[in-house]
Ligand binder design. Structure first.
Ligand code: PLP
Length: 408
């Protein structure tokens, strides 16, 4: 058939079809999403043989069996429909009780919204509030979703730098100095990706007190809240603030229970905030995956020994990677207190992106360059220790002599 497309309706006029290729016309906000440097490296790695990945951003340890069983049982019991929009009632209760015990904090089910991972929770929180004229304080480096999401919605990002020489600790005075009349919110990721820094209680309390005083919102990303080493205290915002009026605490099952692909997370906030987010959630993903929410109930209500064991394994790896980084020429390391990442510095003028690409080509070791996480940390590399000590040792057997040959 021959015909053409009506200019007005976009539909084919009978008789003269001459298909015009539709021009993609994206919302200009899409330009805020950077071309992923990580993708480029991982794509290249996928074409190579014998690559060792120290680039992994998810747990490599297996999901505990009782959690898998609960997921399968839910499927077999026909739990394949939608849940309530706020989440599976059993999971809301399990989370309420769990946080009540952990932080001695009285919550109700109406303080909680179940989402498709912490990613959706962060997306809802940021995109429901970022707007022109509103400034968000974010650490540099920081997890790669925050800044683009803020900018996509017209918000402004104000970075506060952290440095390897200070163990990537956040100085509360720097944060307070960054606050101004346009500051709307602070994103506090503790423990931090990509640095593994865990902020002490005094830091969290000082920052929260100032935010409450100035009416600044705090979006706390606590997905690594259990991956804390050396038996250190963890200062959750839920444990450091008087009320939830300006707080959204976001977490998920992804890291603590090795459930990244099951996609369940949550937001905890005031009932009023949850009510608004709940409406928005219905217009984005509707509900989180149903059998995964049953798996989440099993994760929270069973014995937590599996978590202790995983933390023990990550801590051993952390100790080993700290030694290996220390032995590597040109890297300034430190001791990350949580998560499964280290973010050592290179000398100031070295381009981490170029170095990571050459390292992959010439040694077959894949790491993530600093510029994936911020603007002032391009002379850094992120090493993930979500892999065995043996694999890390093999990787550094290649990296150390290669780095020694570099002339910076
Ligand atoms: C700091 C941080 N927040 C959020 C996420 C996303 O977590 P989820 O799998 O729950 O969406 C990640 C995943 O890497 C992360 O590192």
């Amino acid at each position: 058939m021959v015909g053409s497309v009506s200019r007005e309706t976009g539909q084919a006029k009978p008789g003269k079809v001459k298909y015009r290729k539709a021009k993609a016309s994206w919302n200009p906000a899409m330009q805020a999403i950077p071309v992923s440097g990580i993708r480029r490296l991982v794509n290249m790695a996928s074409t190579m043989k014998d690559v060792i990945h120290l680039s992994i951003g998810q747990p490599d340890l297996p999901t505990p069996k009782h959690i898998i069983d609960a997921y399968i049982d839910a499927l077999n019991a026909g739990q394949t429909g939608y849940t309530m929009d706020a989440g599976l009632p059993e999971l809301l209760v399990a989370l309420r009780d769990y946080y009540g015990r952990r932080y001695n904090r009285k919550l109700t089910r109406d303080n909680i919204l179940i989402t498709s991972g912490a990613t959706e929770a962060m997306y809802l929180a940021i995109s429901a509030t970022a707007a022109p004229g509103r400034q968000f304080i974010v650490t540099d480096p920081s997890f790669l979703l925050y800044a683009p999401l803020i900018r996509m919605n017209g918000g402004e990002v104000k970075f506060v730098r952290t440095r390897a020489e200070n163990n990537h600790q956040l100085d509360p005075d720097d944060v307070i100095r960054a606050m101004g009349s346009r500051t709307f919110a602070l994103i506090l990721n503790n423990p931090n990706n990509p640095t593994g820094a865990v902020y002490p209680r005094s830091t969290v309390e000082t920052i929260l007190e100032e935010c409450a005083y100035r009416g600044i919102q705090v979006y706390a990303d606590e997905v690594y809240d259990h991956l804390i080493f050396d038996d250190d205290d963890f200062a959750s915002v839920l444990n450091c603030s008087m009320d939830l009026d300006n707080i959204m605490c976001i977490s998920s099952f992804s890291k603590t229970y090795s459930m990244a692909g099951l996609r369940v997370g949550w937001v905890i906030s005031s009932q009023a905030a949850i009510k608004s987010l709940r409406r928005y959630h219905m217009f984005t993903t509707s509900v989180a995956n149903t059998p995964s929410q049953f798996a989440g109930v099993a994760a929270l209500t069973a014995d937590q020994q599996c978590v202790q064991e995983m933390v023990g394994i990550y801590q051993e790896r952390r100790d080993r990677i700290v030694e290996l980084i220390e032995q590597t020429p040109y890297l300034t390391g430190y001791k990350p207190g949580g998560a499964f990442f280290a973010f050592p510095d290179l000398p100031p003028h070295v381009d981490g992106s170029d170095l990571a690409l050459r390292m992959l080509k010439e040694t077959g070791v894949c790491v993530v360059p600093g510029d994936a996480f911020g603007e002032d940390c391009t002379n850094a590399l992120r090493f993930s220790f979500s892999t065995t000590c043996e694999r890390m040792e093999e990787a550094f057997d290649r990296i150390i002599p290669w780095m020694a040959k570099q002339q910076f």
